[in-house]
Design a protein around this ligand. Structure first.
Ligand SMILES: [Zn+2]
Ligand SMILES: [Zn+2]
Length: 176
């Protein structure tokens, strides 16, 4: 994800194409399974460096209903603004709270896209994911994985007083 700082890119109108094939950068928020692949064209517009292209990888996530680990495909269309500022410089993140804050891509005499890739991956990882759209999840009463079959709770033979308890219990737990 690094390449030498081409003189071309330091001049207005200059551009460089970067092929990306690397392990996920350190500081990623998730358990990525595959290398990050992609192609990004950096263009110096005078004020900033635009980064345009795509990234592709996959991550292991827990299902939001049954907690089963599964693989999520992540495809990102890249259209970001960057600057030739040092990644490690404290100033580089001065405007981090702003939406349009450009991402620093300079590392000494090299262009280093690891910070760009790290931010894009974290931004595009879905907050919640299902192992499959029709996942039935866990029984809120006994915790059985309903994908593996019905539990006794769902058979309607439960005493109405116990049913009321069953409804009450998960709520009481989430109130803690
Ligand atoms: Zn599931
Ligand atoms: Zn159950």
């Amino acid at each position: 994800m690094r390449l030498s700082l081409d003189k071309n890119i330091t001049k207005q109108g200059g551009w460089v194409e970067v092929d990306i094939q690397s392990p996920p950068p350190a500081g990623s928020a998730s358990d990525y399974r595959d290398a990050v692949r992609g192609r990004i064209v950096l263009t110096n517009t005078g004020k900033i460096i635009t980064a345009e292209g795509w990234l592709h990888t996959s991550a292991t996530m827990q299902c939001g209903r049954c907690a089963r680990a599964h693989t999520v495909d992540i495809r990102i269309d890249v259209a970001e603004e960057c600057v030739l500022a040092e990644i490690d410089s404290p100033d580089a993140y001065y405007n981090e709270w702003a939406d349009e804050s450009p991402i620093p891509i300079r590392n000494g005499d090299q262009i280093d896209l690891s910070e760009l890739v790290r931010q894009l991956l974290n931004l595009h990882l879905p907050p919640r994911s299902l192992c499959r759209p029709e996942c039935r999840g866990l029984c809120p009463t006994c915790g059985q994985d309903l994908n593996e079959g019905d539990c006794a709770c769902s058979q309607g033979s439960i005493d109405p007083r116990l049913a009321a308890l069953a409804q009450f219990r998960p709520r009481a737990e989430s109130d803690k």
